[in-house]
Design a protein around this ligand. Structure first.
Ligand code: G4P
Length: 529
């Protein structure tokens, strides 16, 4: 197959949702349709369970297993599908944000009864900022939920999307009969009251045909026609271009648990979802079909076995082909590296591959060369943008509890930060180190891993910070100098040596912005200068 065809047949995407909306179930059903797994339950068992919030050992154990589900790949209708796992657990939100830098599109899962929830809002906002094409799947239609039009309104308002339904439910909950597929113009019905039996698809070009009344009953048919008329009048026509530009979001309804509406979603997805998109590097825009290889690290996974300290770095291939045993430039280090056993991912296993194409993810064994955001190329000095850090929500001083082991402690901290477990800030004033995390759980994880993997011990001390803001480097004007002098107690450097202002309250942040209007503060570590 030609290089161009290999690119055109790839779809790399992530499924995002608030925990419990049905992401795992949907993933599993997609794999079942793709013939990649034989039975339900396979992915589910690997999921970081919601009950484990206070049991970090359990989370760590599952994190180990979850390497296998980090990338789930399968072939469907000759299309190579790569699903990138995005942890739904709030404490791992940063992992999810980073993974979103490696997807070409996303599917947003929403629970029909709960509607738009907090985590969905945050994740969709990130996708919207990056114009990532999004499909919405409204799940659990077998249960009583919100009215379809109310829900579409909610999605538009809370998520700031422009929706266009490509399918529409026929009834809901107890009365849920099936789905009219607007995209394909056909009807899918449950058989009788048994919601696990699905009848054959009925092609239905003309919704006004009296046949419809016979099949679903007169009243239901009238309702459906009214609803479809409203859909037609209120929502924009589906436009593939608008979807691909991130300006319009098609919506599907269904029930992942009952396999309902999933195939329709998948069939439409493979038709309309984008193959690998061009990616911005600091230097230029790189197209997938360029012959020279380039890719970037979006995730690093530690080996859970302390005897083998190697890690797996996940690289998204942006352009060209990645080949085994060929030297590639590690741009940040300025040195060439060769990889003898790059891993490719299939359904639930990984195996060594000789060649991978844009859109694919390869897992490279790493002994400490990589950090998140690193770029590998055929030789060109490129630095991919878009793996920013966000402000952590918790901040604590980290202290060395065993002075004999300070070397181990610093090495451990260094490597855990490269993996993106948390963020490190070093105070300008006295060099003290502060660890910032998204969830409180990470502190336990760090302490445990430092002890078990590096033989170092640490303690924490509270450090009240409201938000970390990255300071845009300015020419040293008087205002900037004054800001640095007055706020010196709250200034730190992050791992990339960028200056960060640690505001201790919303009030002090506002006051600082008012007092030093020319000092530009950003809420992520990447910004256009
Ligand atoms: P998540 O990954 O987004 O967190 O959600 P997950 O798929 O684990 O689904 C959360 C719960 O919702 C699960 O039930 C799952 O069975 C259920 N679910 C998913 N899709 C549907 C659907 O279409 N209809 C209905 N009625 N339920 C659905 P659970 O009881 O928490 O877990 P389990 O015991 O079934 O594994």
């Amino acid at each position: 197959m030609s290089f161009e065809k290999e690119i055109a047949r790839r779809r790399t995407f992530g499924i995002i949702s608030h925990p419990d909306a049905g992401k795992t179930t949907l993933t599993e059903k997609l794999l079942l349709f793709g013939g990649a797994i034989q039975e339900a339950g396979a992915v589910k068992n690997n999921k970081i369970k919601k009950t484990a919030t206070s049991d970090f050992m359990e989370i760590e154990r599952q994190r180990g297993i979850s390497v296998a589900t980090s990338v789930l790949a399968f072939i469907y209708n000759d299309i190579k599908i790569n699903i990138l796992d995005t942890p739904g657990h709030k404490d791992f939100a940063e992992d999810t944000f980073r993974t979103l830098t490696a997807v070409d599109s996303v599917i947003v899962v929403i629970d029909v009864a709960k509607g738009v929830e907090e985590q969905t809002e945050k994740l969709v906002e990130v996708c919207r900022m990056r114009n990532i094409p999004m499909l919405v799947f409204i799940n659990k239609l077998d249960r009583e939920g919100k009215d379809a039009f109310d829900l579409l309104d909610e999605v538009e308002q809370k998520l700031g999307l422009t929706v266009t339904p490509l399918s529409f439910p026929i009834g809901m909950g107890y009365d849920f009969k099936g789905i009219y597929n607007i995209f394909e113009k056909n009807i899918n019905l449950f058989s009788g009251n048994n919601k696990s039996n699905i009848e054959d698809t009925i092609a239905f070009d003309d919704i006004n045909s009296p046949e419809l009344d016979k099949i679903i009953g007169e009243k239901v048919a009238i309702d459906l026609r009214d609803n479809l008329e409203l859909v037609d009048g209120v929502y924009p026509k589906f436009s593939k271009e608008a979807y691909l530009d991130g300006k319009q979001q098609p919506v599907f309804f269904g029930s992942a648990l009952n396999n309902f509406g999933v195939q329709e979603l998948l069939d439409c997805f493979v038709q309309i979802a984008p193959s690998p998109r061009p990616k911005k590097a600091e230097e230029r825009l790189v197209n997938a079909n360029e012959k020279d290889f380039s890719g970037f690290v979006f995730k690093i996974h530690a080996n859970m076995d302390p005897k083998h300290r190697d890690r797996l770095a996940f690289i998204k291939i942006v352009s060209g082909t990645f080949e085994r045993n060929k030297p590639y430039l590690h741009v940040r280090h300025g040195k060439n590296l060769k990889f003898s056993s790059p891993n490719a991912f299939f359904a639930e296993k990984k195996e060594i591959v000789d060649i991978s194409y844009p859109g694919d993810i390869v897992g490279l064994h790493d002994t400490g060369n990589f950090k998140i955001g690193d770029t590998l190329t055929n030789g060109e000095k490129l630095n991919y943008k878009g793996v920013p850090s966000f402000s952590p929500e918790h901040f604590r001083y980290i202290n060395n509890a065993d002075p004999m082991k300070s070397k181990q402690l610093y090495k451990g901290i260094d490597q855990l930060m490269d993996e993106g477990v948390a963020q490190l800030f070093t105070l300008e004033l006295n060099g003290r180190k502060i660890i910032g995390t998204v969830g409180a759980l990470q502190y336990e994880v760090i302490q445990y891993r430092l002890e078990h993997e590096y033989g170092a011990k640490c303690t924490y001390e509270n450090f009240p910070v409201h938000k970390a803001c990255w300071v845009q480097p300015e020419s040293e004007n008087d205002e900037f100098k004054e800001f640095k002098r007055v706020k010196s107690k709250f200034l730190a450097k992050d791992k990339r040596n960028q200056l960060v202002f640690l505001a201790d309250s919303q009030f002090s942040l506002q006051m600082t912005q008012q007092k030093y209007p020319t000092v530009k503060l950003h809420f992520t570590s990447e910004f256009d200068t």
